[in-house]
Design a binder for this molecule. Structure first.
Ligand SMILES: Cc1cc2nc3c(=O)[nH]c(=O)nc-3n(C[C@H](O)[C@H](O)[C@H](O)COP(=O)(O)O)c2cc1C
Length: 347
């Protein structure tokens, strides 16, 4: 299955896992790359030294190309991007910020850069800044998706861009891959489908919950972290989406744990947060609460109090395969879909 993307990145299949912070860890990245896709590490807000150690670990688990995501607007985001450049990661994926400096530095060592975008304006900017591809997340996508659906965003970007477009949001199987290619994408990036594999770090109960849910079972709100965000529908997520006033004392107390987790001195984190505008401060406070709930998703099977990002594609997830099983299956489904289409068009 050759596309502009497989050629550009030197991979066998045009399939990427989303660079999910605290979820796309070295074992997932290596498994995707070893199965012929592009594994993408999620640096999230990790302490930069952890990101560096994880990149070394990935290199010990695969000799195939891999990528890594750094969300630039988050604490440690720019520092993590710098580590990815120093480590000469083959493909860097940045989100939430301006990445011209990343393109320049990555191209100097032969690396490639992808920006995550949600509309035509951001996509054009990414191309102008020197990106080699964009990951375009439609409204269906988990996390920070925009208003435009995958079905309209992808063909429009294929019209206006010269660089490859990778479709994200609403894709979880082979027919989704074929549909994305038919719309003009050169590949797909999947988050929800990959965190529900054996390699996903979430507790088994959460993966089972994902299997039980349907396409309607996500919430889209800016009350999770200040930016419209798609989250799995749970009791805790519904409560947070309905919460207008935050418990400032609870968040203040939790900020010490966060500073420790991110390995940032508390006063520095507080100053960084206070230097943002009032809306962003509220967003950061909400995000700290969300991170606490996300930790529950990973560490315990507690379904009432945890919370995690999830796309509408959760309704298309029906099992918990290993990644080595999933990727060939998606390719097989895509081929079957292609044959079905060809037969129905000539009938
Ligand atoms: C648990 C989880 C964590 C995520 N974390 C990040 C992140 O750190 N950076 C980022 O750019 N996107 C992140 N995303 C969004 C994905 O990049 C992607 O747009 C989305 O998962 C696509 O939709 P899908 O889940 O339906 O496949 C995350 C998604 C999930 C499910």
């Amino acid at each position: 299955m050759k596309t502009a993307l497989t050629d550009a990145f030197g991979i066998q299949y045009p399939i990427l896992n989303a660079g999910m912070g605290r979820v796309a860890l070295p074992n997932m990245v290596a498994a995707v790359s070893n199965a012929g896709g592009l594994g993408v590490y999620g640096a999230g807000s990790n302490p930069p030294e952890q990101t560096r150690a994880d990149i070394h670990l990935i290199r010990s688990m695969t000799d195939k190309p891999f990528g890594a995501n750094a969300p630039l607007a988050l604490p440690n985001g720019r520092e993590n991007a710098q580590v990815l450049l120093e480590e000469q990661v083959p493909v860097i994926n940045y989100s939430m910020g301006k990445g011209d400096w990343i393109c320049k530095a990555a191209h100097a060592y032969g690396g490639k850069v992808m920006a995550s975008v949600t509309d035509t304006k951001l996509a054009r900017k990414a191309q102008d800044q020197g990106c080699d591809a964009v990951i375009a997340a439609g409204h269906e996508a988990a996390g920070h998706s925009g208003d435009i659906t995958t079905f309209t965003l992808i063909p429009r970007l294929a019209e206006v861009l010269e660089i490859p477009v990778i479709a994200a949001g609403g894709v979880a199987n082979g027919s989704g891959l074929m549909a994305a290619l038919a719309l003009g994408a050169s590949g797909v990036s999947m988050g929800t489908r990959f965190w529900t594999t054996q390699e996903g770090p979430m507790h088994q109960n959460w993966k089972q919950k994902a299997i039980d849910l349907d396409v309607e079972d996500t919430l889209y709100s800016d009350r999770f972290d200040g930016i419209p965000n798609r989250i799995m529908r749970t009791v805790a997520a519904e409560k947070m989406a309905g919460t207008r006033m935050l418990n400032v004392f609870e968040i203040f107390m939790h900020s010490f744990t966060i500073a420790k987790e991110l390995n940032i001195p508390w006063h520095k984190l507080a100053l960084q947060t206070l230097s943002l505008g009032p809306k962003q401060i509220e967003g950061m406070m909400r995000m700290s609460k969300m991170l606490k709930m996300h930790t529950i998703t990973i560490t315990t099977g507690e379904l009432e109090t945890g919370m995690t990002a999830s796309g509408m594609s959760v309704g298309l997830v029906h099992d918990m395969p290993t990644i080595a099983e999933l990727i060939p299956r998606i390719i097989e489904e895509a081929r079957a879909c292609e044959a079905r289409l060809a037969a129905s068009l000539t009938a």
